[in-house]
Design a protein around this ligand. Structure first.
Ligand SMILES: Cc1cc2nc3c(=O)[nH]c(=O)nc-3n(C[C@H](O)[C@H](O)[C@H](O)COP(=O)(O)OP(=O)(O)OC[C@H]3O[C@@H](n4cnc5c(N)ncnc54)[C@H](O)[C@@H]3O)c2cc1C
Length: 371
């Protein structure tokens, strides 16, 4: 079916096209709207609902756990670590300001890390010193009372608290972003799977997969497709990384609240009301999990269940009520990529597994590149 004159003239052309309707794509569109109040902005998302990471994640509003920051300090040095944490912190502030805490179910319950050995505690002072210019106080401190109260398994030797982390409801966040974008006149098309994009003749042409063979045209385009970028633009060096999650039934009397990291961030769990959401374990099968396929595997799901029964809620019978997976994206150096791919096409990729906080900052930079 050919597009009609009307479709061609008024629906398939825009000033800006954003590809990908996750946290970064929607916020890039909103940033473009702030800079260009009168121009037409079209957002193309392949799923009926977002179909990558943003509505399938764990909802941690995190800036980095103690052991993650320690390993980054060793790899990147103090200035780079401070700059990275600052971007996450700034992004989180921007997100909360944009949507409001109620709309996104933001809860200021703190972030925690469970340690099976005491060595990282020796370097708490060093990390706090590096982060003090940003927060004006210590970020990490041992939480012995919290450890006693939470009744984790005996493998856990220490608990470290970070009061600057929080958690939110990822479904409500994505719904609020989509509603705000629509209210700002951003035209969102779901079920629009971009098969290819090309630049030439002073425009970008974005070809949609499917029988209708529609092509959108715009002066500029932003690609915000995260882990699935490897299918559209295989050369930019972003690898997919599947993450698997489970959620339990409500557990009356759950003895802890907040967002918890374990094993350098390879495992994470939090409360959702009285339920436990638990995810991670990608390090058990890196090769299998380097995929865009949203499937579950027995290896990882049973590792998560073991963690639940042996460490998080030892000795309790708990039913699992939800399981799912989502796809993250990773660059080789774990750094964001915000750059022009050509004169009129920008890539906005940033999250490397931690996009809730960082997303707004990456979106602002991506929109600035195109403006
Ligand atoms: C299981 C899991 C748990 C996580 N937990 C957390 C957490 O607790 N805290 C945190 O900060 N981060 C977490 N993350 C990471 C975080 O969700 C991501 O960093 C963030 O959502 C990335 O946002 P994005 O907009 O870049 O990508 P996405 O949300 O992946 O959005 C990309 C969008 O592009 C669309 N798309 C892709 N290709 C095309 C195409 N060809 N045409 C049209 N559309 C296309 C996809 O359908 C998708 O909706 C987690 C991720 C996963 C998978």
């Amino acid at each position: 079916m050919q597009p009609s004159f009307w479709e061609h003239d008024a629906m398939l052309t825009a000033d800006f096209i954003v590809i990908g309707g996750g946290i970064i794509g929607l916020q890039t569109a909103l940033e473009l709207r702030e800079r260009h109040p009168k121009q037409r902005i079209v957002l193309l998302e392949r799923g009926l609902l977002p179909a990558g990471a943003s509505s399938r994640n764990a909802g941690f509003a995190c800036i980095g756990s103690l052991t993650e920051i320690l390993s980054d300090l060793d790899a990147m040095g103090e200035a780079a670590v401070l700059a990275m944490v600052e971007r996450r912190w700034r992004g989180l502030g921007r997100l909360r300001q944009r949507l409001g805490d109620d709309a996104i179910g933001y809860e200021d319950l703190g972030g925690f890390e469970l340690l099976t050995g005491l060595d990282p505690l020796q370097r708490i002072g060093e990390v706090n010193r590096v982060l003090r210019p940003l927060f004006g106080q210590d970020v990490f401190s041992p939480d012995d009372a919290g450890l006693r109260a939470s009744r984790f398994g005996p493998q856990i030797k220490a608990l470290v608290k970070n009061p600057f982390e929080g958690q939110l409801h990822s479904g409500r966040l994505m719904r609020a972003l989509a509603q705000l974008a629509a209210a700002c006149g951003i035209e969102i098309h779901t079920g629009a799977h971009v098969a290819a994009l090309e630049e030439g003749g002073g425009e970008v042409r974005v070809h949609i997969a499917g029988e209708r063979k529609l092509t959108f045209r715009a002066a500029r385009a932003a690609v915000c497709t995260n882990g699935i970028t490897c299918e559209l633009l295989p050369d930019v060096g972003i690898l997919p990384a599947r993450g698997q999650v489970l959620v339990t039934e409500p557990i009356p009397g759950l003895p802890w609240r907040g967002a918890y990291h374990l094993d350098q961030g390879f495992y994470y769990f939090r409360n959702v009301g009285e339920r436990v959401l638990l995810g991670g374990g990608r390090n058990l099968a890196f090769e299998t999990e380097t995929t865009t396929e949203m499937a579950l595997t027995a290896v990882i799901q049973s590792a998560l269940e073991r963690l639940l029964h042996e460490i998080i809620l030892p000795g309790r019978e708990v039913r699992i009520e939800h399981r799912w997976s989502g796809v993250m994206g990773f660059a080789a150096d774990k750094q964001p990529i915000v750059r022009l791919l050509s004169d009129r096409i920008a890539l906005g990729f940033g999250c490397n597994g931690m996009g809730v906080a960082l997303g707004a900052d990456i979106a602002a930079e991506t929109a600035a590149l195109l403006s």
